[in-house]
Design a protein around this ligand. Sequence first.
Ligand SMILES: [Zn+2]
Length: 389
Amino acid sequence: MAGQGSSSLREANTTLVVQQLRVAGPTSRAELARRTGLSKQTVSTIVASLLADGVVRELGRGDPEPGGGRPATRLEYAADRAFVAGVELGVGRTRVVLADALGSTVEPVDLEVRRSGRTPEVVVDRVCTALQELLRRRGGLRRLRAVGISVTGLVQPATGTCVLAPNLGWRDVPVAELVGRRLRSVPVVVRGAAQCSMVAEHREGVAVGEDDVVLLFEDEGVGAAVVERGRLLDGADGTAGELGHCAWPGATERCGCGRRGCVETLASGPAVRRAVERATGHRVRRRTGEPTFVALADVDDPAVAAAAGEAGQVLGTAASWLVALTSPRLLVLSGSLVPGPAALRTSLEEAVRSREIGGHRTRIEAGALGADAAVRGAVLLALDEARAG
Ligand SMILES: [Zn+2]
C-alpha cells in the first residue's frame, strides 16, 4: 500500500504543477516550487518526467530571478503538442478519440462504417484516414506517440492480432500491423473491449481503488475481464476472460465462433432479440449501430421482460463461475449491459447472489463510464505505451 500511496501523491503533485503551468503560462522551476509549495527537488523530478512525456517543453530564459540570479529556463504547457489516440472497433460503432499527452480528450470522431463493408481493410483505412485528418491541423502524424485499439473480439495482445471477432466477421486480422504500417510505425496496442473497459473502470471509473474486480461486458456478444491484486489478468497468451464462449450445459444453438451451445447464444443481445422475435412474431427495431440491449431497454413488453430475464439468469450464473474462481470485491456491468432491460439486470444479480458462498458478498455495480469505457481504456493503454516508449 505504501507504493500506491506515494504514487497517488506523485500524481496529485504532478496535477498541481500542470495546473499551475496551464494557468500561469511560462514559468521557471523555482517559481513553480514557490507557487505550488512543493520542494525544488520534487518540482525538478516532476518536470523531468513531464518533459519526457511531452507535456511541457522548455522555452528560452526569462527575466532575472529576484535577487540578481541568472535568468532561469522557463517551462511551457505543451500537452497539445504530443498526442495519443484511442480507437473503438465495436459491433455497431467505430470511434476514434484523439487525446493530448495527459490523456485529456482533444477530439472524438464517430465513423460511419456500413455493416456490409466492414472488412478489416476498409475499417483500418477509415480509422487511419480519420486520425491523419485529426492530426493535420495539429502538426501531423509525427506528433502521434501511440495508438490504443479496443476490439469487440478475441485479441492476442502480444501480436496485436484479432484472432476472432464473430460479430465483426473477423478472423486472424493483424490489426496492430495494419494500423502501424499506415501510420508510419507508430506503436499500436490492441486489446479486447472487455479488457479495455476494465482498464478504464479500474483507473478512472467505478473500480478505482479496488484490487479484485470482475467485469462483464456485452456488445452483441459476451466478454469478461478480471483484475486480480490490482493487475489485469491476461492468462498465457492474453486472451483470458472469454466467458461468452464457455459451454452452457444442454444448449445447442450454433455460435458465431463456430461451435455450439456457448453462453453467448443464450445471453447476448442478439440471443434476446431472437427470443423476443420468436415470442411476438415481430422484428425488434433498432437504429443503425444501436446495441440490442439499448434498443430493448425501454420497451414495455412481457416478451422482452421474459427473454431478458432468462438471459440475465444465464449471464448471472456464468458470472458466478468467475466470482467463485476469483472472489472479487466488485462485479462491474459494462458495455450495453448498463442501459439494458431492467429484467436482465435483476435476474443477473439474483443468479449471482444465489450462488454466493461462505458469507462473501460481491458488490454489483454499473460501470461509471458507460459506453465510453472501451474507447477510454484504449486511450489509457496508448498513454502507457507512449510513456513506456
Ligand atoms: Zn462461441
